[in-house]
Design a protein around this ligand. Sequence first.
Ligand code: NAP
Length: 293
Amino acid sequence: MQQINISSKTRLLSLFGYPARHSLSPFIQNIFLKDNNIDAVYLTFEFPGDMLLNAFNGARDMGIYGLNITMPYKEKIYQMADDKDASSRITGSVNTIRFDLIENGIKAKGFNTDIDGFTVSLKEAGQDLENKEYLIIGAGGAARSAVFAFLSKKAKKVYIYNRTRENAEKIKQLFFGKERKKIETIENFELIIKKKINFDIICNCTPLGMNTQNMMDSIPIPESLDLKDKIVFETIYEPVETKLVKKAKDEGARVIDGLDMLINQAAASFNIWFDIVPGTKNIKKMLLKNLRY
Ligand code: NAP
């Protein structure tokens, strides 16, 4: 019989989302816990939005050690957190909660580690992030994190293309001064194709290419956009090889995929909870074995 090492001292970390049962975070976080001999388990909780406030307060009151938050609750939990770090404040979104013991209770502090997912993955791929020109497709939560991540690493320019340009403009308005001046929203791909706009790194922050809602055959850029010598950052990880990733590989671009980002944002959350940078070396290989796509 397999031994279960759970005792009354075992701590609990949780993922909140809806849906959340597809998430790979429990797989990754439980490996980090085991590798670092931490007596804790990480479990998924999937429930509808009208239960979120009760669940959040319950987690705090029952002494849950920390939370990850996934779609569609990152913005709602931002509102519920008692305190937020700079990255979550500017993006208005929280994907990690640390419950800190304070004199008169427990304080929930929010962080956004999607930002680390972008910067660490690029760094791991040997990319110097400074002074680069970025093209971000999409203007939702992931795009906001990407813009913050790249500007904080001294981007030269950040272009944002989104089907609803207004939403791209809203991201621009989150920044001020020199940083805002570096952001340009673009109306269509014609300008890029005609090389009126140049970029080093392109980042897909839309669900186009994902295995849901008949999006798997979609690609967020025109087929005619040449990706040779570019760096392509795909945030989608199911499938790992999206249509965009395939095109990028075929055209000789360097690819950073959604699993790289997922693993690095998870490692940053773990570091927030335990002040330990977990090893991530073999995790991608293990995940690839378990993925359906
Ligand atoms: P979101 O807040 O819902 O934003 C989605 C964005 O995509 C919006 O700008 C939306 O445009 C655009 N979009 C949606 N459907 C589209 C379509 N059919 N055609 C063109 N544009 C479309 O989502 P998010 O949280 O930013 O997530 C975006 C992607 O990032 C998802 O694929 C998610 O899985 C991925 N992600 C990955 C990780 C990771 O760790 N690998 C972490 C976070 C997110 P409108 O503004 O016009 O609505």
